[in-house]
Design a protein around this ligand. Structure first.
Ligand code: NAD
Length: 314
């Protein structure tokens, strides 16, 4: 079993770290938020007061913790943080920490959703430390994080993937090696661009159907078994009724918040700009979600974008 330092114990990281503990790994966790660290302790994670403590197995706390890494340095460091800037700041701190005696056996995995360029920069830092590294963003949300059913999209060398796969398997049910450094983040933002665009498409169809006097159920019955079928319709339907488990049935409580969709769409636009790809619908989708967030709806499920369309129709 591995000795793992887990950095970032928020909505996703907390339950992911708990699943690593359940699988028998020794997990030492650090977060800037004391409340998040305390919640992770309930899941069996050993609390660390600093990044250095987490990497050293909690040795800086209480003179060594019985549930820590058993006195040894972590074999694997996982980060689950908001944005690229947070990931790079932690990985820079790791580089300083590991400058004496960095181990080629150590694996660094970033599971956050960040821009491709920062992900590649993070891999560069790991190379300089002599560590293996993976960018391994996830889909499946907080429900998947708790249930251990996340999908991981991994980028990095085959050696890093072979080493990381059994660790990621404790937190997810599907682990895909997408290619070299940054390929995991690339897959994540491409997938979520499809999702953002298709949700707006489904919402537009329901908004048009309403104007034409078509019932929600009738449109759902046809489109869900025809060529309009997609996840945004059949699982996260933007109107209440046809899919009882969709957020539309609970006043659009997320689910997947519109602000997170906007973040991912903005990442796709950043990547499109840098790589020279044409993504006109992705750009328009990000503009619509930006307007929706600006109007104060960022905390609602992203399917609530149908209300923006209804408002625009007057
Ligand atoms: P969150 O805000 O709940 O957790 C992030 C945690 O990082 C916070 O607890 C914060 O205190 C901590 N943190 C920030 N800087 C730190 C630092 N320097 N050192 C230690 N801790 C630090 O966010 P989340 O919902 O857990 O999301 C994490 C990542 O996962 C994001 O990139 C997000 O886009 C991605 N993601 C989220 C979901 C979701 O449904 N929430 C789904 C897929 C992917």
């Amino acid at each position: 079993m591995a000795r793992i330092a887990f950095i970032g114990l928020g909505n996703m990281g907390g339950p992911m770290a708990a699943n690593l503990v359940k699988a028998g790994h020794h997990v030492c966790g650090f977060d800037l938020s004391v409340a998040s660290v305390a919640a992770a302790e309930d899941g069996g994670v050993t609390a660390a007061r600093t990044l250095a403590d987490a990497v050293n197995g909690g040795e800086g706390m209480h003179g060594g913790h019985p549930g820590g890494h058993g006195g040894g340095r972590a074999d694997c460091v996982i980060t689950m943080l908001p944005k690229g800037e947070h990931v790079l700041s932690v990985w820079h701190a790791l580089a300083a920490l590991l400058s004496e005696g960095a181990s080629e056996d150590m694996l660094l995995i970033d599971c956050s959703t960040i821009d491709v360029q920062s992900a590649r920069e993070a891999h560069g830092l790991a190379d300089a430390m002599g560590c293996l590294s993976l960018d391994a963003p996830v889909s499946g949300g907080t429900v998947g994080a708790s249930a251990g059913t996340l999908t991981f999209m991994a980028g990095g060398s085959s050696a890093a993937f072979d080493k990381g796969e059994p660790i990621l398997a404790a937190m997810g049910k599907r682990i895909v090696h997408c290619g070299e450094a940054g390929a995991g983040q690339a897959a994540k933002i491409c997938n979520n661009m499809i999702l953002g665009i298709s949700m707006i498409g489904v919402a537009e169809a329901f908004a048009l159907g309403e104007k034409l006097g078509l019932s929600h159920q009738a449109l759902f019955d046809v489109a869900s078994t025809s060529s309009g079928q997609c996840w945004a319709l059949t699982t996260n339907c933007p109107v209440p009724g046809p899919v009882p488990t969709s957020p539309a049935n609970r006043d659009y409580r997320p689910g997947f918040a519109a602000s997170l969709m906007l973040k991912d769409l903005n990442l796709s636009q950043e990547a499109a700009g840098q790589s020279g790809a044409a993504t006109p619908l992705g750009r328009h989708a990000s503009e619509l979600y930006a307007a929706f967030e600006k109007a104060g709806h960022g905390a609602e499920d992203f399917s609530a974008i149908i209300n923006l369309l209804r408002e625009r129709a007057g």
